[in-house]
Design a protein around this ligand. Structure first.
Ligand SMILES: Nc1nc2c(c(=O)[nH]1)N[C@H]1C(S)=C(S)[C@@H](COP(=O)(O)O)O[C@H]1N2
Ligand SMILES: [Mo]
Length: 321
């Protein structure tokens, strides 16, 4: 998994409506009013574009989650986010994924949640879209050394996990992606075992920053970004954020993960963004932000250390990479 393709130019500026909305959202965040913010969202985002119409959409103000960007960080253009993708089931060519995923059928859909839970349950698409959505603008850092800033729409995974009531013996959560050779004919060239699987520790999965995303830029999630629902764990390398999830299983041990199965020496279970732990074949100290010239320093835990460092207290992050 090494990126050698050129950076796509981001000539396409973020949509005007989004910029306007963002301007107002900033003041709303400081005002700290979820209700007011939800109203602003509706005012600046045409309902027709958002599939999550069933629930109000709040912003980062809710649950006191701080996810602010530095002054010099801009949200990436929609065309960067939806045009430069890693989704090996469709293609290993980042620029080809969007087109190959165009006809991917994501409705009907269901996510089966089970394992060490008191109330196993299957969520259909309508049920997933009924969770109260929030917008979270997160940095997204791929292990290959590129990054973006993405305005996700989704809900904290903890909400779904609480509904199934994890048993006291559950320590980890396993995730599985959709895989169907008929819909994903190029997956025979993926070079990794499929279905794609990932995992988190239960406390990581319950962390308020961890999302199940169902949209971005205030719209339904594009197929190439993992429709209809994908994990987003902003302090870990991008490959942990598994796409098009169909199965979630609570376990009492660390589940296998696709990239550590493929290459255990290069991709660990934790894969926290860490500028001081290099990949065996390249440095992780810097990254190129898609749409920018040059490079910028990679931040510990991708800039979310204040929120997540305590999860790894006492752990040697070179050993648990
Ligand atoms: N099922 C599945 N999930 C996946 C991948 C994949 O190939 N298959 N690629 C991962 C990698 S390496 C990255 S960087 C991100 C890319 O997400 P994006 O295309 O939405 O930016 O998805 C991750 N989730
Ligand atoms: Mo990645």
């Amino acid at each position: 998994m090494r990126d050698s393709s050129p950076i796509p130019s981001s000539e396409v500026t973020p949509e005007e409506t989004f910029r306007n909305r963002r301007f107002f959202m900033k003041s709303a965040i400081w005002a700290g009013s979820t209700l007011a913010t939800a109203g602003l969202y509706r005012a600046f985002s045409p309902q027709a574009e958002v599939r999550n119409t069933g629930a109000a959409i709040a912003t980062v103000a809710e649950s006191g989650v701080q996810t602010s960007l530095a002054a010099d960080e801009k949200v990436n253009a929609f065309n960067d986010i939806a045009g430069y993708n890693n989704f090996y089931e469709f293609s290993t060519d980042k620029h080809a994924v969007a087109e190959k995923a165009r006809h991917f059928v994501t409705d009907p859909w269901s996510v089966q949640v089970g394992g060490l839970v008191h109330k196993p349950r299957t969520f259909d698409l309508a049920e997933l879209l009924k969770f109260e959505s929030v917008e979270r603008i997160y940095r997204f850092r791929c292990v290959e050394g590129w990054s973006m800033v993405i305005p996700w729409v989704g809900f904290p995974l903890s909400q779904l996990l609480k509904m199934v009531e994890p048993q006291s013996t559950a320590t980890h959560v396993a995730f599985e992606s959709y895989h169907d050779i008929k819909q994903m004919p190029d997956s025979v060239y993926a070079g990794i075992d499929l279905p794609y699987v990932e995992g988190l520790r239960l406390d990581e999965a319950m962390h308020p920053l961890t999302l199940l995303a169902t949209g971005l830029y205030g719209k339904t999630l594009p197929n190439q970004n993992g429709a209809p629902a994908r994990l987003v764990v902003p302090w870990k390398y991008g490959f942990k954020s598994i796409k098009s999830v169909v199965k979630i299983t609570l376990m009492d041990r660390e589940p296998p993960t696709t990239w550590s199965l493929a290459n255990p020496g290069e991709y660990g279970f934790y894969s926290n963004v860490n500028p001081s732990v290099d990949h065996p074949r390249w440095s992780q100290a810097h990254e190129r932000r898609i749409g920018e010239m040059g490079s910028r320093p990679t931040l510990m835990f991708n800039g979310y250390a204040e929120q997540v460092a305590h999860l790894y207290a006492g752990m040697d992050l070179k050993e648990y990479f």
